[in-house]
Design a protein. Structure first.
Length: 345
């Protein structure tokens, strides 16, 4: 096969940042994706309907003229989140979901939840109204190894929340482990899971062997090869539980290449080429549309895009190594392999 046409993909987990960074990188996602779930972990975070409305306007202003890209807004769940504000924002169509960050789990997560009993009224209201909860699934206890955070979170936090809040619709975001894959598969219709582009390609050796590679460092951190293979099998299986959420997360190079580098891989620019390469390698090009374009809308109860994109296989595609922004250069994720699939304009 040298050409494939699929419904226009959506990105169900995307960081656009704000200010000059937003202006510089928003066109990279808008080029190929129709919609994206926008992460709310700004400084200060997007915690109210008014915050979401203002941020959405800033995103729309940063898009190229004539862009059809639709940002799907989320609110940052805190221990003081007002259930009535969430309900009103969702009812109006302003927001699509809420985002749960355990406090201290990742970039700009200091306002996250420490006491889950304090957010129970919000979760119960969400279950009644069918509002999805997007979860960064890691515990942050100092005695838990960073490579075990996801598996412990499932047992200690996620499963108890779901058992105590029947009907709550949950997205396990950026799963990185076989345990995450297995739990998502067994979770039923109220549970979905996003998988990033970079976690299909790298394992922890890519970060550490031969010297530290800061542009492969992300949270949740990449795990052992057995987990990467489990993610690839899940993504390429066609199983409706799994869909694309790139977690494309730009940081200016000085913030990545420092003594305490920021977590995040920026994949918006070349994600579709990488995915086509991965799915072809696994003999699953016929499943690419399900993962990138159909399973996500089905979970979020939204229509599949009416538009299509075509990818053509040929000579290796060249992508820029960096995206220049007013906030500094952002390094584009390097998959470490030639990319032969080009998105046709």
């Amino acid at each position: 096969m040298t050409q494939i046409t699929i419904r226009r993909p959506d990105d169900w987990h995307l960081h656009l940042r704000d200010g000059e960074m937003l202006a510089g990188i928003a066109p990279e996602s808008a080029r190929h994706f129709g919609r994206a779930i926008i992460m709310p972990n700004l400084v200060p975070p997007v915690v109210t309907g008014d915050d979401a409305a203002a941020y959405r306007e800033r995103i729309l202003k940063a898009l190229p003229k004539g862009s059809g890209f639709t940002p799907l807004m989320t609110l940052y769940l805190t221990e003081t989140t007002d259930p009535a504000d969430v309900a009103a924002a969702h009812e109006s169509g302003l927001i699509t979901a809420l985002k749960l960050y355990p406090a201290g789990a990742t970039t700009n997560s200091a306002s996250g939840v420490r006491d889950f009993d304090k957010v129970r009224p919000v979760l119960e209201m969400m279950a009644e109204r069918g509002i999805p909860l997007c979860v960064h699934g890691e515990v942050v206890d100092s005695d838990i190894d960073i490579f075990d955070r996801e598996a412990v979170f499932i047992d200690r936090v996620l499963d108890p929340i779901r058992r105590s809040t029947p009907g709550l619709r949950v997205v396990m975001e950026h799963i990185t482990t076989k345990q995450g894959v297995d739990y998502a598969r067994a979770g039923g219709d109220d549970l979905g899971a996003t998988i990033t582009t970079h976690h299909l390609v790298i394992n922890r050796n890519h970060i550490l062997v031969g010297g530290i590679k800061p542009h492969y460092y992300c949270l949740p951190v990449a795990k052992r090869e057995e987990h990467r293979l489990a993610l690839r099998e899940a993504a390429t299986s066609g199983d409706a539980s799994f869909f694309l959420g790139t977690d494309s997360a730009p940081h200016a190079d000085p913030a990545k290449e420092s003594a305490c580098g920021c977590a995040g891989c920026f994949t918006a620019t070349n994600t579709l080429s990488i995915l086509a390469e991965v799915f072809e390698q696994d003999g699953a090009l016929d499943k690419l549309e399900a993962f990138a374009s159909r399973n996500g809308p089905a979970f979020y109860r939204l229509p599949v895009s009416e538009e299509v994109v075509t990818l053509t296989k040929g000579a290796p595609v060249t992508y820029p190594g960096k995206i220049e922004t007013g906030a500094g250069p952002v390094t584009v994720f390097d998959p470490g392999m030639p990319l032969h699939w080009r998105v046709e304009d």
